[in-house]
Design a protein around this ligand. Structure first.
Ligand SMILES: [Zn+2]
Length: 66
């Protein structure tokens, strides 16, 4: 069993119908995958996310055992 980080897009306000979720061993990788998903699926520009947005997303990250 190892610790990993997971983000489910549907947990994000306004994204309830999005089926995507990402899991990674490090938060650094998780952010990259989350940013890539947001860009591809939602047309977001992660580089423009302000600290409040990142802080909100951070609260949605779950620690999981894999
Ligand atoms: Zn999504």
């Amino acid at each position: 069993m190892a610790l990993a980080y997971s983000y489910a897009c549907r947990d994000c306000e306004g994204m309830e119908t999005c089926p995507a979720s990402v899991t990674a061993a490090t938060k650094e990788e998780l952010w990259k995958l989350t940013e890539l998903h947001a860009e591809i699926a939602h047309g977001e520009i992660p580089a423009d996310w302000d600290p409040e947005t990142r802080a909100y997303l951070e609260t949605l990250v779950r620690e999981v055992r894999v």
